[in-house]
Design a protein around this ligand. Sequence first.
Ligand SMILES: Cc1cc2nc3c(=O)[nH]c(=O)nc-3n(C[C@H](O)[C@H](O)[C@H](O)COP(=O)(O)OP(=O)(O)OC[C@H]3O[C@@H](n4cnc5c(N)ncnc54)[C@H](O)[C@@H]3O)c2cc1C
Ligand code: SF4
Length: 565
Amino acid sequence: MAINGSARNGAAVELPPRETMEFDVVIVGAGPAGLSAAIRLKQLAAGQNSELSVVVLEKGSEAGAHILSGAVIDPVGLDALLPDWREDGAPVQQKVTSDRFLVLGPRGDMRIPNFAMPPLMSNHGNYIVSLGDVVRWLAEKAEALGVEIYPGFPAAEILTDNEGAVTGVATGDLGVGHDGQPKADFVRGMELHGKYVLFAEGARGSLTKRLIRMFDLDVDRDPQKYGIGLKELWQVAPEKHRPGLVQHTIGWPLDDKTGGGSFIYHYGDNLVSVGFVVHLNYENPYIYPFQEFQRFKTHPAIAPLFEGGKRIGYGARALTEGGWQSIPKLTFPGGALIGCGAGFMNVPRIKGSHNAMLSGKLAAEAAFEAIQAGRSGDELESYESNVRSGQIGRDLKRVRNVKPLLSRFGTKLGMLLGGADMWLNTISTQLSPTLKHGKADYAALKPAKYYEPIAYPKPDGKLTFDIPSSLFLSGTNHEEDQPVHLLLADPKAPIRDNLPVFAEPAQRYCPAAVYEVVKNGEDKPKFQINAQNCVHCKTCDIKDPAQNITWVTPEGGGGPNYAGM
Ligand SMILES: Cc1cc2nc3c(=O)[nH]c(=O)nc-3n(C[C@H](O)[C@H](O)[C@H](O)COP(=O)(O)OP(=O)(O)OC[C@H]3O[C@@H](n4cnc5c(N)ncnc54)[C@H](O)[C@@H]3O)c2cc1C
Ligand code: SF4
């Protein structure tokens, strides 16, 4: 009757068997990629008058609850998937009306004229949206077509057959205590089996990371590169609102060796999305991305916009930056990686949602064709070749050298060289060689002894804020009595290794104050994990210099509850 299971904290417990549900296609993640795949599968089935069962698992409490993006979207993804979106109530209303790019110094700013920007950087024809709202709308479209969406159900385990092909996923158990033991309200997870499983977990997906290792998907590829993006949503004074204005900056407060920049998008009812990205290959372990973001808002060219306004949202999320060189092999027996889990973000355009949608559509077409031909559990090879040789490949190939140039030459010279390279690539992608990314982001950190701690200004509660008040706006929440979902391979490494060498950077790179080094009097310092604060950005999994932290899915529905992000 019962099978043996092993609780997260190591204590072996007897667990009842899991119930199994069978589908044609199982999709992990209800973001732009996962929902586009689901919609396309159902469209194709309807076109052939055939039955096809599609399920989407989402770890957030609802579709959109964990989505955090800029966002200025290129509508090519929507055009390809739902060409009638303009008449169909899509929350995609605000056309970009003007585009500004500024280089900030400590006190001044310099505007780069639009004519000097490579044409592919133009936002003409793009829209300013809340990607979370777009995802909620996509979820409605998918459900109307018969897709089953299960919010609050994280996929926690990959299921394989005897040959090693992926056959499905299992959702996490509910009602497990912090000691790993089942509580009174324990509910066993479910197994969802599919002919194909599409993984659409976004940047640094937890199962995607395992799949990349299981199937050696990153062999002969450059390491994936990442940034951390922090965002606030503001309602600004009406006289300061410029609907359709898109503004990007580079420079201050980051030094020239630290990549990143800001975005400010005006849309909706006096809404302004303001965000700050720090590239995670930064070297100085004292860098504190949350504080850099707060400091950025105090620049004389930025601060006046927010005077008299109100901050109404906060969140953070990693984004992929490796682009063309870092795309892993996309398929394995029984499934495929789609969206930003595979890394289709176009870094200089700061856009990935269009490629996420296009990749979901392509994977759906490959899976549908395979199922129609009576296949299952094999590789969807046409998906891989269509990504590389099609629209997504072309979009990423033209900008493939921008990130390596920034990493090598710093922000100012890197932008100049990157700009020249993008102009060349506008003519032909054959004119410049493909540059390499070098080491992974976690390996870029240098010892703290080479730097001074950075004195960040105190928050004023009007323009700049602390983490607790920010977390309140993220709506993040986790059941407290559950196993910690941030696993340390070696629990002693943070204090033994990271603290003396890197001044334990987790205290600063985490945008939710999850990690603290606490000292009580004469006691030895202790590494404390406040897991309930986590906003699922995945930065710790990426940047820990010891690669000691693994982010796994917490109990279903836990995490941020973003509205309008
Ligand atoms: C700060 C920032 C600004 C950005 N600005 C822009 C922009 O202006 N324009 C643009 O086009 N793009 C932008 N992007 C990128 C864009 O957000 C991504 O390209 C896009 O969201 C990727 O879509 P996705 O479906 O692959 O992944 P995601 O949007 O990350 O969605 C993944 C979904 O899967 C769920 N999930 C993950 N793991 C599991 C699991 N194991 N089980 C169940 N559910 C799971 C998540 O909760 C989430 O809902 C930005 C990103 C950031 C972080
Ligand atoms: S614990 Fe990790 S995933 Fe969670 S908010 Fe902090 S850095 Fe992000």
